[in-house]
Design a protein around this ligand. Structure first.
Ligand SMILES: C[S@@+](CC[C@H](N)C(=O)[O-])C[C@H]1O[C@@H](n2cnc3c(N)ncnc32)[C@H](O)[C@@H]1O
Length: 340
């Protein structure tokens, strides 16, 4: 039948499918269409409020879906609709683990919510309450509410399976597009520092795309580096990434300048920025991530460049919100280029 759809590159298919499903806009009575490197996701008629950044609105002939299920996890909860109002629309999927944040008033019902998510998300094994990331190593505090097994899993992102342990090392599935964007900019002869690499999704994506002469991935959390080593050991491109357990304070003083530097330490990165900037070679680029209040975004790039002092002349070549961080702020990517 002819219906409305959203045309998205396959690499973004899962992210957009999830956004549509969580916001109740995905039609589950129709099959997703494959068109070469693109998918067409069937959307509720009108598709009101779908952000333009999710994909291009199109009309297509869709097949009926014989496996039609509930459109939202809340549909599996046998509660009066009014009691479902404070249920979060969104949750994260990391490999076969589902993570959700709940408002305090819903915590007593966490078991039922967890079971609904376990039944709703295809392939889910374990559901955890996400109590946020803590400490300098940004380890996540999670509480099992449904399912079984370890917090360790494999998460597929940009065509690679990353070894992840949601308790032991930082990982966020919301950065997949950003990992790919940076990787696509790296040239085949570039040397790269992935600073505060966590389990290494920037490094792994860069190496997987066949980019970079060498990637050095640095993190102070030995558990994160162990997970990265396990991922690299499974791929032929793994030898192009050198994982290093070190604090930035130890690594930066002797680091020779390279063409691409990633610094993803959103709350504290600013204190390292001048010494990180010294490791960017002339003509090279620094990808710096920061949580920025929306009201401060204008002019923030220029302020960052000024904060680099006498390092050399940098210019802001891009600044883009990566995802909302709080009601009033975004995680923002600033791309700073050093004059050649
Ligand atoms: C937000 S996570 C980065 C995740 C990763 N880049 C990604 O895209 O998934 C920040 C990481 O910085 C590491 N870290 C924090 N302080 C550090 C320091 N002073 N030196 C080195 N690594 C540090 C933490 O262990 C953590 O893995």
């Amino acid at each position: 039948m002819i219906a409305s759809g959203l045309l998205v590159p396959r690499s973004r298919g899962e992210e957009v499918r999830r956004n549509l499903a969580e916001s109740g806009r995905l039609r589950t009575d129709l099959e997703i269409r494959r068109e070469g490197e693109f998918l067409v996701l069937p959307v509720a008629e009108g598709g009101d409020g779908i952000p333009a950044s999710w994909g291009e609105r199109v009309e297509r002939n869709f097949e009926e879906n014989p496996r039609k299920g509930p459109a939202r996890y809340r549909d599996l909860l046998p509660w009066p609709e009014v009691e479902k109002e404070s249920l979060p629309r969104s949750f994260d999927i990391v490999g076969d683990i589902v993570l959700i944040r709940l408002p305090a008033e819903l915590e007593p019902r966490k078991g039922a919510i967890g079971q609904a998510l376990l039944d709703f998300v295809p392939g889910a094994r374990l559901v955890g309450l996400d109590h946020g990331v803590h400490g300098p190593e940004r380890r996540r505090k999670v509480e099992r509410v449904a399912g079984s097994g370890p917090w360790r899993t494999r998460h597929r992102e940009n065509g690679v399976d990353l070894d992840v342990d949601v308790e032991q090392a930082y990982f966020s599935p919301r950065l997949a597009r950003e990992h790919a964007r940076v990787a696509e900019e790296v040239g085949p002869r570039d040397r790269v520092y992935d600073l505060c690499c966590g389990v290494g999704p920037f490094s792994v994506t860069i190496a997987h795309l066949g980019r970079a002469a060498r990637v050095t991935a640095v993190d102070s959390n030995p558990d994160a580096i162990a997970l990265l080593r396990d991922t690299l050991a499974r791929y032929p491109f793994g030898g192009r990434v050198a994982p290093v357990i070190a604090r930035l304070e130890e690594f930066l003083p002797d680091a020779e300048p390279v063409e691409r530097v990633v610094l993803n330490l959103p709350h504290e990165g600013i204190k390292y920025l001048p010494s990180v900037a010294r490791t960017v070679a002339p003509g090279g680029r620094l990808y710096y991530y920061e949580v920025t209040p929306r009201t401060d975004l204008e002019g923030r790039g220029v302020e960052l460049v000024k904060s680099l002092g006498p390092t050399g002349s940098f210019a802001v070549v891009a600044e883009r919100p990566v995802h909302p961080y709080s009601p009033a702020s975004d995680l923002v990517a600033f791309v700073l280029e050093r004059a050649g």
